[in-house]
Design a protein around this ligand. Structure first.
Ligand SMILES: NC(=O)C1=CN([C@@H]2O[C@H](COP(=O)(O)OP(=O)(O)OC[C@H]3O[C@@H](n4cnc5c(N)ncnc54)[C@H](OP(=O)(O)O)[C@@H]3O)[C@@H](O)[C@H]2O)C=CC1
Ligand SMILES: CC(=O)C(=O)O
Ligand SMILES: [Mg+2]
Length: 757
């Protein structure tokens, strides 16, 4: 690779970096992961011979059981012959593999659809059709990709006819759905009526023809669309025009793309890099809408278009510019919905439902995860006409709309009875935290509290506070300098900043009472009134805790500007622990199939047996409040005395205390983590009182607890929530200094729902 090629800028990275990405870790972007254990002779017998005969016979007797006993129902093939790889042209089946692997990964990442790429080395439609049709037993759906027109039309129509599973050529229909959604919103933003817009489509291939058909079905008038191919506008009777292009022929005086664009409202580019010149854009109507969707290089770069038409709305197919109009927003979610109802096809109703759902979603407030991922505030407008691919709402909203449309139009073999429950499952599918925390969120909403956000000048905290209010969890009280907080609220495009309660120690009416209260509390602990006044005025944790102590707020959240220990110290100046309580910390680890609670991860360095027993009981209670039947393991390096050691008696005594107290949950110890968590190791100890792997792990000391929590956060694949502080007289939560807004929000909600505290 010549050095200048290696360093070619490809939009924020070089050719070398893109190649390294594909080469490193292991070549390519995909691997297959088994869903069942395969570690013992028994596993082998079950998975393969003789066990596998059971599902074989069942499926032979009833084909529908393939959905139950195999991966078929959630498996989609991404199939290409490489004749139209993005906008790079016909580079052959093998060269298309990186794109197809990529699409397979996107299926998994965005919609938990298992997917595999298949590249077929043929340009003969008949051979292609036969090869794909024969694969019907393997897959739940077929996503055709990057097959050029007009062969793609013949191939897709034949396969839809022959196969009883959904077949969709993504470059046609996936693209059309997203384009329609984007155009609806762009027209809305520029006050255009869909039936009046004048559109020039550049390109007359797979994507262009399908997009044009769909926007016409949604109201754009046939005579208002001029479609151009490499030879210019397609007019009735023009030579060399096939049946698919001629369906969009219109009479026009324009003989070139340039002429066609004069006065046009919309340019829809599904052609090739650089096909649109800035000087032609200059001739378009006011507030022109420019969708330059060729990949990887658009028909015109956004800055070139903006330079001549600052009033334009511009979209491309790329992730590195605003308004990514790309079928990645569609195909994962469309297939998710289709698979979930076992749709026999993807019909027009399902496509229109998807387009409408995506368009409507863009008009709603953008969630924090998206704002964090994109590093800026996104709000419906000319630079945000369509949701971003990382928007976690897409799966819920688009897939459920598609599933419903499939049911309503009679193509669902397995209709869903409870669509609300289905939406909930969709949400949880990618984010197990959602499933675990939904009950807590609902509890918070049912009984909204006033939560003091002690560090409201910090953006992560402010974002969390805004969501706390907007999602109806309660009322945030923002502690900070009034102007600094107001400026940040404006920067975050909050429409009603004046409606937030801001508490500023410089002018709060509560200060005299606070000083009075705190002085009484601290005067015999070495503090003068002047010390106290200074702390109230200058220490935001002290001021915030006083708001709670004096009843102006129900709970407190802090931690991003001070270390954990310092924040605890400042809060303790004002608030006590609960009588007879031992404050401690819990980390919650949420994995795909299990949730585990770890304690004490923050406060007590060497808990004695009474303290360990207390921590176990309280952590079990938190687990239960969060809907998990607790199974407590007291962890150690030793399992039931082996190896022996001098640190074990504490743990044994803690178990004896639970025996004495007659607890209503399972507990056991001392045990090493494998004896607590791994069923095979557990089976070596048939006398153990744990009926299943433990989900509450009581650690022997702060060192091991804190290290484990942090190691799991850094090295494990689980989502970590916490530390959650237990045992304070008022709900107080202290987040890590590295917390992002969703972490702050989660702890605020857990606290306000009374689940922890
Ligand atoms: N953003 C997105 O989500 C998507 C973008 N695309 C992009 O759309 C483009 C076309 O893809 P696809 O439809 O699958 O490919 P096809 O091969 O089916 O179609 C290509 C079309 O583009 C036309 N074309 C090529 N160069 C020019 C040019 N300079 N001026 C006018 N027309 C031109 C061809 O004209 P002719 O018929 O005369 O050969 C043909 O009609 C690609 O760049 C692709 O990356 C596609 C799908 C999704
Ligand atoms: C995005 C896509 O599918 C394409 O450019 O072909
Ligand atoms: Mg494509």
């Amino acid at each position: 690779m010549a050095e200048e090629n290696a360093n070619q800028n490809r939009g924020g990275f070089t050719t070398r970096e893109a190649l390294f990405y594909h080469e490193t870790i292991r070549p390519g972007k995909l691997e297959i992961v088994a869903t069942k254990p395969m570690t013992s002779q028994r596993d082998l017998s079950l998975a393969y011979s003789p066990g596998v005969a059971a599902p074989v016979e069942a499926i032979a007797a009833d084909a529908s059981l393939a959905a139950r006993y195999t991966a078929k129902a959630n498996l989609v093939a991404v199939i290409s012959n490489g004749t139209a790889i993005l906008g790079l042209g016909n580079l052959g089946a093998l060269a298309s593999k990186p794109v197809m692997e990529g699409k397979a990964v996107l299926f998994k990442r965005f919609a938990d659809v298992d997917s595999i790429d298949i590249e077929l080395d043929t340009e003969d439609p008949e051979a292609f059709i036969n090869a794909v049709a024969l694969m019907e037993p393997t897959f739940g759906g077929i996503n055709l990709e990057d097959i050029k027109a007009p062969e793609c039309f013949i191939i897709e129509a034949a396969l839809r006819e022959r196969m009883k599973i959904p077949v969709m050529h993504d470059d046609q229909h996936g693209t059309a759905i997203i384009t329609a959604a984007g155009l609806l919103n762009a027209c809305y933003l520029t006050d255009r009526k869909i039936e009046d817009v004048k559109v020039v489509v550049n390109g007359a291939g797979a994507a262009a023809i399908a997009c044009t058909a769909l926007i016409k079905a949604m109201g754009v008038r046939h005579e208002n669309v001029i479609m151009c191919d490499r030879s210019g506008p397609i007019t009735p009777g023009r030579d060399g025009v096939d049946q698919w292009k001629s369906a969009h022929a219109v009479a026009t005086d324009a003989t070139t793309l340039e002429e066609a664009l004069k006065g046009a409202d919309i340019f829809l580019g599904l052609s090739a890099a650089g096909a649109l010149k800035p000087e032609w854009v200059a001739e378009m109507a006011d507030k022109p809408i420019i969708f330059a969707m060729a990949n990887p290089t658009p028909e015109i770069m956004p800055d070139e278009a903006k330079a001549v038409r600052p009033d334009a709305i511009i979209a491309t197919g790329r992730s590195d510019f605003p308004n990514q109009v790309n079928n990645v927003l569609g195909f994962p979610f469309i297939f998710r919905g289709a698979l979930d109802v076992q749709a026999t096809t993807i019909n027009e109703e399902m496509k229109v439902a998807a387009a409408t759902a995506i368009a409507e979603l863009a008009r709603e407030r953008v969630p924090e995860e998206v704002a964090s991922a994109y590093g800026k505030n996104q709000k419906f407008g000319t630079d945000y006409i369509i949701p971003a691919p990382f928007d976690p709402r897409l799966i819920e909203v688009v897939s459920s709309a598609v599933a419903k449309a499939a049911m309503d139009s009679g193509v669902a073999k397995a209709p869903i009875a409870d669509l609300d429950e289905y939406r909930h499952q969709l949400k949880s599918r990618l984010n197990p935290t959602t499933a675990v925390l939904t009950g807590v969120y609902n509890e918070a909403k049912a009984n909204p509290k006033r939560m003091v956000f002690a560090e409201a000048e910090e953006e992560v905290v402010l974002r969390a506070a805004i969501q706390f209010r907007d999602f109806g969890y309660g009322t945030p009280i923002l502690v900070g300098r009034t102007k600094a907080v107001m400026d940040k609220l404006h920067q975050l495009s909050v429409s009603d900043p004046g409606s937030f309660e801001i508490q500023n120690s410089a002018d709060s009416e509560y200060v005299p009472a606070m000083v009075d209260y705190l002085y009484k509390r601290l005067q015999r602990r070495g503090y003068t009134e002047r010390d106290v006044r200074r702390m109230v005025n200058q220490e935001r944790n002290v001021f915030a805790a006083l708001l709670v102590a004096l009843g102006h707020g129900d709970g407190l959240i802090s931690g991003v500007t001070r270390t954990y220990a310092q924040t605890v110290r400042e809060v303790n100046l004002v608030l006590d622990k609960k009588p007879d309580a031992l404050p401690f910390g819990i980390h919650m680890m949420i994995g795909k199939n299990h949730t585990t609670f770890l304690a004490d991860t923050t406060i007590n360095e060497r808990p004695n047996s009474e303290e360990l027993a207390y921590i176990a009981k309280e952590t079990a209670a938190v687990a239960r409040r969060m809907g998990h039947e607790p199974r407590v393991a007291f962890l150690s390096y030793s399992t039931f005395g082996n190896p022996s050691g001098q640190w074990l008696s504490n743990i044994r005594d803690a178990v004896a205390i639970l025996d004495r107290d007659g607890c209503d949950f399972e507990y056991e110890g001392e045990m090493a983590p494998d004896a607590a968590l791994n069923p095979r190791v557990m089976s070596l100890y048939p006398f153990s009182r744990l009926s299943a792997p433990a989900n509450v792990l009581i650690m022997p000391g702060l060192q091991s607890a804190n290290l484990s929590a942090k190691l799991l956060r850094e090295l494990g694949s689980n989502t970590t929530i916490g530390p959650m502080l237990i045992g304070m007289e008022k709900p107080v939560q202290i987040v890590p200094m590295t917390a992002a807004a969703p972490d702050v929000l989660t702890l605020a909600v857990l606290s306000s729902a009374g689940v922890v505290g």
